[in-house]
Design a protein around this ligand. Sequence first.
Ligand code: NDP
Ligand code: HEM
Length: 494
Amino acid sequence: MAETMTTTAGAPWVSNQDSRSAGQRGPLLLENYQLLEKLAHQNRERIPERTVHAKGSGAFGTFTVTHDITRFTRASIFGEIGKTTPMLARFSTVAGERGAADAERDVRGFALKFYTDQGNWDLVGNNTPVFFVRDPMKFPDFIHTQKRHPRTNMRSATAMWDFWSLSPESLHQVAILFSDRGLPQGYRFMNGYGSHTFSMWNDKGERFWIKFHFKTQQGHRFWTNDEGNAVIAQDRESSQADLYNAIERGAFPRWTLFIQVMPEEDAERIGFNPFDVTKVWPHGDFPLHEVGVMELNRNPAHYFAEIEQASFSPSNVVPGIGFSPDKMLQGRLFAYADAHRYRVGTHYEALPVNRPHVPARTYHQDGPMRFDTPSAGDAYYEPNSFGGPVEARETGEPPLRISGDAAIYEHRSDGDDFAQPRALYRMFDEAQRTRFFANIAAAMEGVSDEIVERQLALFAKADPSWAEGVRAKRAGTVRHPTGSAPTSQELEHA
Ligand code: NDP
Ligand code: HEM
C-alpha cells in the first residue's frame, strides 16, 4: 500500500483534490492551511537563475588517474595511478536564459566539481581555451552586450559587435565562437578547458604554472547555423536530451585530461604573458601531459536539487592546486561564492550536491537555512581551549614572488592580439572558412557600417583574406534581420 502523504510538518495530508470550503458552493476557508502551504510553496519554486550560464545540463561521474603527475603536484586527487574520485559536471550555454534553446551558437560552460578526499576542487571552465576579455573590470559590460537590450528586450547584434570591435583582445575567442566549434551538436562532442593559467605545487614546494585540457573521446561534432535552426524548431533541449539519453543507455561519455606545464621561473622568460586568458600556450612549446580520464555515468535524480543548486567556484581549490596572477581568474575568485550566497543561500555549501565528501569544520555560525546542527559545544570560536578544529598551515602554498608598482596598467599594452587568432584562422580549410565567413556575416546583419568596418579592420590585421571573406559574404546577404534588436538610431529612423 502507498505511504500516506503528509504536510511539511509530517501530519497527514487530508485532501489533495478538494479544498476546504464553507458549504458545497461556498468560498474557501482561511484555515485551509494545507492549500496555503501548497500555494505558498509553488510561489517559491524558483531561485534566481545564474546571471550567466543559466541554461545547463549535468551529470555525475568519476575521475581516474592514468598517469603520474606527483612531480608537479601534491594534490591527493592525483596521488596514485588508478585512484578514482567522484565528480559532478555541469555544461551550459552562456547568454540564454534558463529556458533558452540548446542548439544556439555560443560558448559552452564546462564546470566540474571533484569531491576529493582533501575537499572540493572545482574547475569552472569553458569549451574554449581562451576568453573575450582579459580584465574582470570588463566582464559585466561584455555580458551586458550578450544579454537583452534594456529598452527593446531583444538581443542586440549592434551591442555585440560594437563591444568586440572596440576590444581587440576579444578576437581570438570571437574566431572560435564563429568557427565550427561555436555550435557543438551536444555537450559530449566538445573539449573542456580550464582556460586560465592555474598553479600546482609539489611536496618539495616547487610551483608550476598549469593549463587544463579535457579532450572529448566522443570526437568533435558540430552543426551549421541552418542545421542548428532546424534542430531548435523541433527540440529546444537537444544537448540535455543527448547527454541524458546517452547516460541512460550506458554510453558513458568520457574525456581525457591533459595538462600543460610551465616551471614557475619560466613565466619571466617566455615571450608572452602566460597569465593572459585571451592567449593559449602553443602546444609546440608546452606539450600536453596525459593525466587521467573523466567519465559521466549517472544522471541526477532531481534536476533542481542537484544541478540548478550546484554551486561551482574557481575559489574551491585543494592543497597542491592554486591560482595564478591571471587578472580574470582573480576577479572570478570573488564573483562565484558571492553569486551562490545570493542565488542559493548563505549555507549553500551544506546542500548535498555542494557538500564535500569529507567533514567541513568551519567556525561560521548562523544564517538562513543552517541545515546541520553544529556540535562544537564550547569551541564555537577560534582559538579556543576546548579542542576545536585548528588551522592547517602546512597545507598552504609556497610563497609567490611578485614584483612591480601598484598602479592601473593599460592591459592593451601587454602583448599582441592578432597572432593567435591568425594561427587559428590559418588552420581552417576552405570549407571551414566558407562556413566561418557565413556565420560572421549572419551575426552582423543589421549592424551599422561603421561598426562592421571597425571589426573588419581587426579581421584584416589577423589576415586580410579573413576580412575579404566576410565582406564578400555580406555583399551577398540580405541586410535586414528579424532577430536582432535595433539600435537607438535604427529606432529613430524607423
Ligand atoms: P596546434 O596545431 O598544436 O593545436 C591546434 C589546436 O586547435 C588543437 O588543440 C585543436 O584541437 C584545436 N582546434 C582545431 N580546430 C579548432 C577550432 N575550430 N576552434 C578551436 N580550436 C580548434 O597549434 P598551437 O598550439 O600552436 O595553437 C594554434 C591555435 O590553435 C591557437 O592559436 C588556438 O587558437 C588554437 N588552439 C590551441 C590550443 C592550445 O592549447 N595550444 C587549444 C585549442 C585551440 P583538437 O586537438 O581537439 O583537435
Ligand atoms: C558562471 C562570473 C569569467 C565560466 C558564472 C556566474 C558568475 C560568473 C557570477 C554565475 C554563478 C552562479 O550563479 O552559480 C564571472 C566573472 C568572470 C567570469 C565575474 C570574469 C571576471 C568566466 C570565464 C569562464 C567562466 C573566463 C571560463 C573559463 C563560467 C561557467 C559558469 C559561470 C562554466 C557556469 C557554472 C555552473 O555551471 O554553475 N560566471 N565569470 N566564467 N562562469 Fe563565469
